[in-house]
Design a protein around this ligand. Structure first.
Ligand SMILES: Cc1cc2nc3c(=O)[nH]c(=O)nc-3n(C[C@H](O)[C@H](O)[C@H](O)COP(=O)(O)OP(=O)(O)OC[C@H]3O[C@@H](n4cnc5c(N)ncnc54)[C@H](O)[C@@H]3O)c2cc1C
Length: 301
């Protein structure tokens, strides 16, 4: 179960009592408010609150008052211009607050994004749930032989069964000991802040994460990318869907210029110009290292 019955009841209550508002409303985002998007086996992402929409980006860029919308076409063109020219501050006028439930090893990668406000569930104060991330069989992959920071093909057969058994058994045993250590039945009971150190990194934690759209897009550029670890990428993918509904013009420009675009060095650009003139450019005469050339070919392919 991703949401506890108490959390679900709270969400149902909030959804049942909509408030009229004079604030900007993004129709696409309203459907996400108070709905948890399941991620991994026990995790979720849910939008708690947001501020602004595509028009708010344009409003700030024009430093205008009122809705800031000249025409829909104007707004989209302006947003594309801002994205293309790295004029980033208007995107900071939109904010999003998420409630995320995620394994601790994913949280360690996520927290490296410093330009957000975070408040995490306290395992000093509260007791952690018996919930651990156990990969689905297709995500249970071998170490990549070409990339030290990646994974290769999925494990199979007896090896996959054994690994899954270790992951489950170790997590359950650690949790049994955690519970036993904090128990105050017939003993003092170890402090929660100490007992938690016994738990593995696949235990779930939760936090509220608030970030502006500019920094969120930076996070998504890095974490929805194929180079990011699968377990954080699935959270980033879920957030991408939310952002696409929230600020459709900004998200389209982001997909075009950031996710789908590429940056070329002066040397690479020179190679492209030489190729366009019909010159046979190879790694040897490109001025690039083998690795750089391989990446350049990847971009062109
Ligand atoms: C595929 C991948 C592999 C990675 N591997 C490793 C690894 O092996 N080891 C490791 O330690 N990390 C690793 N990281 C984490 C990475 O180095 C960054 O810490 C992380 O992606 C956050 O990026 P950021 O600093 O740009 O983001 P944010 O912290 O959100 O910052 C956004 C931007 O704000 C500016 N900024 C924020 N704080 C400061 C500051 N204090 N000083 C100056 N400028 C600031 C910078 O311009 C920064 O780009 C990896 C990340 C990815 C995506």
């Amino acid at each position: 179960m991703t949401l506890s019955p108490e959390q679900q009841a709270e969400i149902d209550d909030l959804r049942a009592n909509p408030q009229p508002t004079l604030r900007t409303v993004s129709e696409g985002m309203e459907k996400h408010l108070y709905s948890a998007i399941p991620v991994l086996d026990h995790g979720f992402v849910r939008v708690v609150d947001y501020m602004g929409d595509d028009a708010a980006i344009c409003q700030a860029a024009r430093v205008s008052y009122g809705k800031g919308t000249k025409s829909v076409q104007n707004d989209e063109g302006l947003i594309r211009y801002l994205m293309r020219h790295w004029h980033s501050t208007p995107f900071e006028m939109c904010e999003i607050k998420l409630h995320v439930k995620l394994p601790v090893f994913v949280a360690r990668q996520w927290i490296r994004h410093r330009t957000a406000n975070v408040n995490e569930y306290s395992a000093r104060y509260s007791i952690l749930d018996r919930e651990f991330y156990i990969p689905a069989p297709e995500a249970l992959a071998a170490q990549s032989v070409v990339n030290n920071q990646g994974r290769g093909e999925a494990l199979e057969g007896e090896e996959a069964d054994r690994v899954l058994r270790y992951l489950r058994d170790d997590a359950m045993r650690a949790y049994d000991h955690y519970e036993e250590m904090i128990s105050q039945e017939g003993q003092k009971g170890l402090a929660r802040e100490l007992a938690r150190m016994n738990l593995p990194a696949n235990v779930y934690t939760q936090w509220y994460w608030k970030v502006d759209l500019h920094n969120l897009l930076h996070f998504l550029r890095l974490r929805a990318d194929a180079h990011a670890q699968y377990e954080i990428r699935v959270y980033a993918d879920a957030i991408c869907d939310v952002v696409a509904d929230w600020v459709p013009f900004a998200y389209k420009a982001f997909e075009d210029y950031r996710m789908g675009g590429a940056t070329l060095s002066a040397t690479a650009l020179d190679c492209v110009r030489r190729m366009l003139k019909g010159e046979a450019v190879t790694q040897e005469n490109s001025g690039m290292s083998k690795g750089e050339w391989r990446e350049f070919m990847g971009v062109l392919a």
